[in-house]
Design a protein around this ligand. Structure first.
Ligand code: FAD
Length: 473
């Protein structure tokens, strides 16, 4: 027998579980199928554990430099076991919270690997889900509407598999028993840079190898430059325009070596471990897509503006569709897919207004267009920049490096991009997001009286700086 539900969600990450809650709130009967733990990559291997470790690294550095604040701390020790335990406690607490939400919403959770079956005696359409638990009997679930939210996994370097010991993905790095003395990180994108920042603050010797000519290559040039400058100041070696040669990889008595090619110049890097952070692959295999009409292109499930696949009753959201691989995007897409299920269609999700955050030290965050993107789009561009160095609150916090940069369209004065490097950038960016959503001009943002002393004052100053009117610059 197959159990029937209005909505079944395959995958319990931030895309899937939020979709399940939204569907339950709309009065649907809902089931969610999860092979691992509710919360997915974000809660167990991504956003939350990595930020918990980054916080411990920041506290360690603050304590080491406590004398700067006039506080005498005779000695500080890093207890990595306790750092990991704190991280785990945070993750476990949040996972219980999601379990509670599932109960509250009367959402039935099926534990096991789900795959989509083709037309069967239960339904003339593809979509019946077979759930195979690790132990015990399998079950069949019949969804009226199915949402695929199976997420993604780390991409290995071609020809070099992850081995949990010497060649690590970001998943495996979270499970390290002890900190290495040295590490080579392949990939200077968001994940690589967050790990570089955290590990250098844990006193690990870090080298970052980035294929592009700058780290964080999708960010505004000024952001890449400032984050790189700050990391280098803390001892991180950054090799840009550098291609790691996986076929040169060797295990040695003390760790690993790998060759890096920089425009024909070969360098051999040696370290205790290698962390590969070159992107993520969508989980499209082994879930029965071959039994459906779903189209996969470039490794991602293709959907329309309502997140509907080529099978009208099957939707897909989150990392598996690969639009912007972020937790808040997966959740927003989940909510939109449910809106489409309930109302027949949904209002489009405007990806241009989604903030992108990097939780390194210093933090970086952006929303909208970079200066180069705005110029490439044919805009006459004006920018306003204000340095945190000119701000009392940033100096009080002991974090005066970085800036807020606003990009506006000179013809209309409309803000089109906001880029922040510095203290609490990932919190401050929401003011930029709101300004973009409300289609505000730089002048309008400059009219808001910001509190003093506060980091957000930099926002008002950057807005005034667009017309050369910043006060403290
Ligand atoms: P996932 O979170 O990957 O969840 C998919 C779920 O589906 C998993 O639980 C999986 O077990 C389950 N599943 C897969 N196949 C099956 C199957 N056949 N049957 C049953 N269950 C299945 N994003 C941010 O916004 N902010 C951050 O700070 C951030 N930091 C990150 C740091 C790291 C190190 C990493 C790796 C990622 C980070 N991300 C961050 C990205 C974020 O984690 C993902 O974008 C987000 O988790 C995607 O959500 P999702 O629901 O699409 O997929």
């Amino acid at each position: 027998m197959a159990r029937e539900f209005d909505v079944v969600v395959l995958g319990g990450g931030p895309g899937g579980y939020v979709a399940a809650i939204r569907a339950a709130q709309a009065g649907k009967t809902v089931a969610i199928v999860e092979q691992g733990k509710l919360g997915g990559t974000c809660l167990h291997r991504g956003c939350i554990p990595s930020k918990a470790l980054l916080k411990s690294a920041a506290v360690y550095q603050t304590v080491k430099h406590a004398a700067t604040y006039g506080v005498d701390v005779p000695e500080s020790f890093l207890r990595f076991e306790q750092v990991k335990q704190r991280k785990q406690d945070i993750v476990d607490g949040l996972e219980s919270g999601i379990q509670h939400l599932m109960k509250k919403g009367k959402i039935e959770v099926f534990h096991g690997r789900g795959s989509i079956l083709g037309p069967s005696i239960f339904s003339p359409m593809p979509g019946t889900i077979s759930v195979e638990p690790e132990e015990g009997e399998g079950e069949l679930i019949l969804p009226r509407q199915l949402i695929v939210a199976t997420g993604s996994r780390p991409r290995p370097l071609a020809g070099l598999s992850f081995d949990s010991e010497y060649v690590l993905s970001s998943d495996e790095a979270l499970d390290m028993n002890a900190l290495p003395d040295s590490i080579v990180i392949i990939g200077g994108g968001v994940i690589g840079i967050e790990w570089a920042s955290m590990l250098t603050d844990f006193d690990v010797n870090v080298t970052v190898v980035e294929f592009s000519d700058r780290i964080l290559p999708t960010e505004d040039q000024a952001v890449s430059r400032e984050v790189a400058r700050q990391l280098k100041k803390r001892g991180v070696k950054i090799l840009t325009s550098a291609a790691a040669q996986s076929d040169s990889f060797k295990m040695t008595e003390s760790g690993v070596t790998i060759d890096v090619d920089r425009n024909g110049d070969k360098t051999t890097l040696a370290a205790d471990k290698l962390l590969v952070a070159i992107g993520r692959m969508a989980n499209v295999e082994g879930i029965g897509l071959e039994n459906t009409n779903i189209v996969v292109e470039n490794g991602f499930i293709q959907v329309d503006a309502d997140f509907r696949t080529k099978d009208n009753h099957i939707y897909a959201i989150g990392d598996v569709i690969g639009r912007l691989q972020l937790a808040h995007v997966a959740s927003a897409e989940g909510a939109k897919a449910v809106e489409a299920i309930v109302n027949g269609s949904t209002t489009p999700l405007n990806y241009a207004f989604v903030p992108r955050c990097i939780y390194s030290v210093p933090e970086a965050a952006s929303v909208g267009l970079t200066e180069a993107e705005a110029k490439n789009a044919g805009m006459d561009v004006k920018t306003g920049m204000f340095s945190f160095n000119g701000l009392g609150k940033a100096r009080i916090e002991g974090e005066a490096a970085g800036f807020i940069k606003l990009v506006s369209d000179a013809k209309t004065d409309d803000l089109v991009g906001v880029h922040i490097v510095g203290p609490k950038a990932t919190e401050l960016i929401s003011e930029g997001g709101l300004a973009l959503v409300l289609n505000a001009t730089a002048w309008e943002v400059g009219q808001l009286v910001h509190p003093h002393p506060a980091l957000s004052e930099a926002f008002g100053e950057a807005a005034l700086a667009v017309d050369g009117l910043a006060v403290h610059a």
